[in-house]
Write a protein that binds this ligand. Sequence first.
Ligand SMILES: [Zn+2]
Length: 347
Amino acid sequence: MIGLLGFVAIWGASRWFGWRRGALWPALALWWVVIMLSHLPVVADNPLRRVVGGDFAGWLVFGLLAGLVLAYRALFAGLRSRNAGPVVAEPVAGRFRPAELDRYARHILLREIGGPGQGALKAARVLVVGAGGLGSPALMYLAASGVGVIGVVDDDVVENSNLQRQIIHADARLGMPKVFSAEIAIKALNPFIEVRPYNRRLDEASAAALIADYDLVLDGTDNFDTRELVNRVCVAAGKPLVWGAITQWEGQVAVLDPARGGPCYACIFPERPAAGLVPSCAEAGVAAPLPGVIGAMMAMEAVKVITGAGEPLRGRLMIHDALYGESRVIGVKRRADCPVCGAAAQA
Ligand SMILES: [Zn+2]
């Protein structure tokens, strides 16, 4: 009985202290080896054997069965994760203060996130391009999720007509650069993370150096020049890009990550629409909660990519029609002749 409780105690300690990925199983195996050694037929009766209980054959069968179950699980986990590959180099799990453990407790309870996933979030550096309609909810949820370093780049100031949907800003901050307004809101929500505001437009000269500092990029801009630039730089650097767009009542989300599978932005939209064909929010209008829906989905995809949970929208495009309350997901493929990620571009 005590022997079994030992396994439970080790598992509990791994959750509580947020051990790094892969540390739990060796610890459990070590405990089993200790039990087996104390029960070896050639070893005389000893205190550990009496405390642990059971007998050699029993523990041997237990270990073999547990090993079989784990091997079976590992096999199927491997088959399920089609697009594996961590985006964060070295998660720093286990360095949480008590207030942080309490703050992220609902995340740590989730089997797909747990202590290791929360450590990956803390170690992650995410750049959000645009602190507007999509950037507002995305930034708030990334901050609430515990992403360790959040960069935000935008060259606009907060205007009265923004406040209908850009909920990270406030009436009292009209006229303030959006990145500083966003910084105030993020710090107020989560003082445990670092915010890096860049009060400028992302341009050709600086984009590569800036994006190189981050593990993952979220694009919430509404102009094609920036969108295509972010896509090009992310493809060249092999960084996953969570992309979202909205107009009037409809929004779209995808994870563009050809380095780990699926297409890039230019694969899906090879031709830029003729000028004036796709009106901006300022020209066509947009329903206030729509960027909230799509921006929150972008943050959700970012959390999944960072923690390795579930199946991100790689190679899939989610289209949400708010007017009819309908969502659909269509498959999107990488194009061999793509000018950005295709064979010719990589050569
Ligand atoms: Zn492409």
